[in-house]
Every structure is written in structure tokens, then in C-alpha cells.
Design a protein around this ligand. Structure first.
Ligand code: F0G
Length: 466
């Protein structure tokens, strides 16, 4: 088979600033081993996130110039609304400044103490917004999804028998909604099958619980269905996406992912009363319902991006570029989530650094090593992000210790990806030199964004001296 090429040419470029391992060591120590505290100009290849980091197309930039900034009734809103409805077919489309703003509004209206939200896996901001209302979020990922290095086609699937059991156990009246995250970001960017979405919706309808889709990466998930699920190979990705949404009652969306926008999101639903409550809150927190925290120009960029993302040449290249990196790492024996996800490669830090226990954050230690060695910035998705403390203050580790290397859309070329694989393989060869970390400062929620850490050995040495 011929090489699958990037289906774009580059019209505008940004420089990468080079630095040395010695400079990076200083930067990393000053950032207290937290990649969120490193300045982006000090990063060579930035794989921290695929969110808001896409390269926009010429058409999107042209759309930006056409944005109508009227406070109410802007034509940019109606173009945006039509683009979202064309894919989701939901009645009420509410623009927000990003995905978590949609979550904040939705869960403020539906959540509260004594309520449970069930999901395949909730993303960190989704869980935080649920828990902030006093409600509890519960993940019910399928068995295949719990084993990073064992391949399976739809590792993002919900465990349907477990879902029904939980609904019966907790009482349907205590479950405001079920949330299906596509693709499953916190579980490796793995897709959910159409069959699983259908079965989930049957269970939800049986108990009259609304099903919402966390749709950030709906196009990548739809493409996986096309190439992996029997019966969908000749159906367009757009039709697949429409079928997914037809099983749901609403969705939250971060347009910073599969809409190629640098900012934006929306909340969509069919329930008029729920939509009214959400809009009331939107007006207080985001803005008037025809702009909702965005400029008219952003609405234009999103509308155009939603069309572009369904281009199958793009999706073929997108999914292949992740698979390409995964294959190189697998060939070198690096423990990596298999198969590759839709937007990122996930290293299995538990296996990669088997000498570092979970309470010394192997994922975060690996993030530090990749930065130090090659200037690559990734993010830990493990016990720093999802770990909790028990009553004695002992860490209850996350289910998996992953390092996510998220690939921004349309930004890096194949040689950047080759460089990334070379750095990871070199770090893997020196893995025994990597040390564990200890948290010295943290926030009560979403601590990974701001936590400060030190190397365990270094801490004990200085403690000894003290
Ligand atoms: N849901 C999922 C599955 C996400 O991946 C994200 C963001 C959100 C909701 C929230 O959207 O950032 O627009 O407020 N994920 C980014 C990431 C931050 O790096 O994975 P947001």
C-alpha cells in the first residue's frame, strides 16, 4: 500500500525553538515536574493536548473574517446552528465557550447531592463538574478497556450488563443521565461501537434515563466504526455520525477537538424544558443564546470545521498517523495502548517504569523523562489525575497509569512523528534511570493542572540533610 499522505499543504508556519537537555533539566525542575507549568516556547513537540491546538484551514480563516458580531440574532449563529443540526439533528443548540462550560451548565441543572451519572469513562472536567454539584460519577468501561496492551476493536465500549445492574442498584430516579464519551479519552482514545451505543440507548430508554454523548471526538469515533464495524464499511462517516446521535437525547461538545477550532463548544438536546433551564443559566454565565461565550467569528470557524472533519481523506490520514506511531513503538517493545487511539498514543507507564510504584506517579515521571530527553510534552492520565486519598491519606491509585501523547490536528508532519518515536525508544532503553516523584503541593480538585512534585530520592536526600 502507498504511504497515506497529509491531505493538505502548508501555507503558514510557526517556528520551533530548540533547547538542550541541560536547559530542559532546569526548566523541568523549575516547573516542579508538572508539564502544565512549562512555557510552550520551551517545548519542541507539544503533545500535551489535541484541544484547541488544531491548524485551521484557509476556509476557516476566511470564515473568521465573515463573522458577524451582533449581540443577538447573528447570521454566524444560524450557520453554526445549521451545521450542528445537520450532524446531530438535535432541536436545541446552545453555544458555549468550550466543552466544560457545557458540562457546568448541564450538570448544574441536572446534578446535585444523591444523584449519579453513569458513563463508559468520564473525562476529568466532566467528572469534576458532576462532583462539584455533589453528585457522583461512575465509570462502567468494558473489560477489554481495562487492559492497555491487549488489542480489541472497541475498547471504549460501556459494560452494558454492569450499566443495567447499576441502574437497578441505585434507582433510576437517582440517575439524571448516562454519558457516553466518544472516543473514550481517559481510556486511551478508544472508540465505542455503534452496537454498544444502540444497546446503551435501549437500556436508557427502558428506564427512561436520557443518554447524552460527550461528542468531542465524534468524527474520529465514526471513522473507527466505518473501518472496524461490520455493515458500516460503505456508509459515509457523516451518516454514521448521524446514526450515533439518533440514539441519544443530547450531547456536550468541545469544538476545540473535532471541529478544528481554537476555542468553542456547545450543548445540544431535544428536551425543551431542559434547554430552557440551560439557556437561563447560559445567559448568566456565558452570554446570550445566539453567541454563548463566543465571538461570531468563532461560530463561523466551528461551522466550517464541522464540515471539514467529516472528510474521509482527512480521517484516514488522522487515524493512520496515530497507528503509525503506535506500530513503531510496538515494534521496539515499548508498552503502549493497543490499538492506537483516535487522537493520541498512550504509553503504559505501569509497565514502562515497573520499578516505580503507583504512589510515586510513574506516569508523571515518564512525562518528565520525555521532556528532558527530547523536549516532548505529554500528559499523565493516571494516579496524579484520577487518584484519590483514603481516610488515612493513602493514595487510592487510578485503574491505569498512562501517558498520553495527543497529536494536534493538521499540525505535525511525519518527520515530527518519527522524531517522537525515536525519543520514546531512547527513553525506554534508559528507563531504569528514571526516578519516582512525590507531590509537595496540590489543589483539592483537578490537582494535576497545578500540582508541584519533586523526585523522591532528591526529597529524601534533602530531608536527610535538613
Ligand atoms: N470531554 C472530553 C472527552 C474531553 O477530552 C474534554 C477536553 C472535555 C470534555 C472538555 O472540553 O477542554 O473544551 O472544556 N479535553 C482536553 C484534553 C482538555 O486535553 O483532552 P474543553
Amino acid at each position: 500500500m502507498r504511504t497515506i499522505i497529509e491531505p493538505f499543504r502548508i501555507k503558514s508556519v510557526e517556528p520551533i525553538y530548540f533547547n538542550t537537555p541541560e536547559q530542559r533539566e532546569k526548566i523541568l525542575t523549575e516547573a516542579c515536574y508538572n508539564p502544565f507549568l512549562i512555557h510552550s516556547k520551551d517545548v519542541l513537540i507539544d503533545l500535551l493536548t489535541d484541544s484547541g491546538t488544531s491548524a485551521m484551514s484557509g476556509a476557516q480563516w476566511a470564515g473568521i473574517m465573515q463573522g458577524d458580531e451582533s449581540y443577538a440574532g447573528s447570521p454566524s449563529f444560524y450557520r453554526f446552528e445549521a451545521a450542528v443540526q445537520g450532524i446531530t439533528n438535535f432541536k436545541y443548540i446552545i453555544p458555549t465557550h468550550q466543552g466544560r462550560a457545557s458540562e457546568k451548565i448541564l450538570f448544574t441543572v441536572t446534578g446535585g447531592k444523591g444523584k449519579y451519572f453513569l458513563s463508559n469513562t468520564l473525562f476529568d472536567t466532566t467528572r469534576a463538574n458532576i462532583e462539584y454539584t455533589g453528585a457522583i460519577g461512575i465509570d462502567l468501561i468494558c473489560e477489554e478497556g481495562k487492559h492497555p496492551t491487549i488489542p480489541a476493536p472497541f475498547k471504549g465500549n460501556m459494560d452494558i450488563p454492569a450499566l443495567e445492574k447499576k441502574i437497578i442498584e441505585l434507582g433510576k430516579e437517582n440517575i439524571p443521565m448516562v454519558i457516553m464519551t466518544i472516543t473514550n479519552n481517559s481510556g486511551g482514545g478508544q472508540p465505542v461501537s455503534m452496537q454498544n451505543i444502540r444497546e446503551c440507548s435501549i437500556v436508557c430508554r427502558k428506564y427512561k434515563i436520557p443518554l447524552f454523548i460527550d461528542a468531542c471526538r465524534f468524527a474520529e469515533n465514526s471513522y473507527f466504526i466505518k473501518i472496524r464495524e461490520k455493515g458500516y464499511e460503505n456508509i459515509s462517516v457523516k451518516k454514521i455520525a448521524q446514526e450515533i446521535f439518533s440514539y441519544a437525547d443530547g450531547c456536550t461538545m468541545s469544538a476545540k477537538k473535532d471541529a478544528f477550532a481554537n476555542i468553542g463548544g456547545f450543548l445540544a438536546m431535544n428536551d425543551a424544558i431542559l434547554a430552557q433551564s440551560c439557556r437561563n443559566l447560559l445567559i448568566i454565565t456565558e452570554g446570550f443564546p445566539t453567541y454563548g461565550g463566543l465571538a461570531g467569528r468563532d461560530l463561523e470557524a466551528i461551522a466550517i470545521g464541522l464540515e471539514e472533519v467529516l472528510d474521509e481523506h482527512y480521517l484516514e490520514y488522522r487515524i493512520r498517523s496515530i497507528e503509525y506511531l503506535t506500530e513503531k513503538l510496538v515494534a521496539a517493545g515499548v508498552p503502549v495502548m493497543q490499538p492506537g487511539g483516535g487522537h493520541a498514543v498512550y504509553l503504559d507507564a505501569k509497565q514502562f517504569l515497573s520499578h516505580i510504584p503507583c504512589d510515586q506517579y510513574p506516569g508523571q515521571a515518564l512525562v518528565g523523562a520525555l521532556y528532558l530527553h527530547g523536549g516532548i510534552r505529554g500528559v499523565e492520565i493516571g494516579s496524579l489525575m484520577f487518584g484519590k486519598y483514603d481516610e488515612q491519606g493513602k493514595l487510592i491509585p487510578a485503574m491505569m497509569e498512562l501517558v498520553r501523547l495527543a497529536i494536534p490536528r493538521r499540525v505535525y508532519t511525519q518527520s515530527h512523528i518519527d522524531y517522537v518515536s525515536e525519543v520514546i525508544i531512547e527513553v525506554f532503553e534508559k528507563r531504569n534511570e528514571i526516578k519516582g516523584l512525590k507531590v509537595i503541593e496540590e489543589a483539592p480538585v483537578l490537582r494535576h493542572f497545578t500540582a508541584k512534585l519533586v523526585q523522591v530520592e532528591r526529597l529524601s536526600a534533602s530531608l536527610l540533610r535538613g
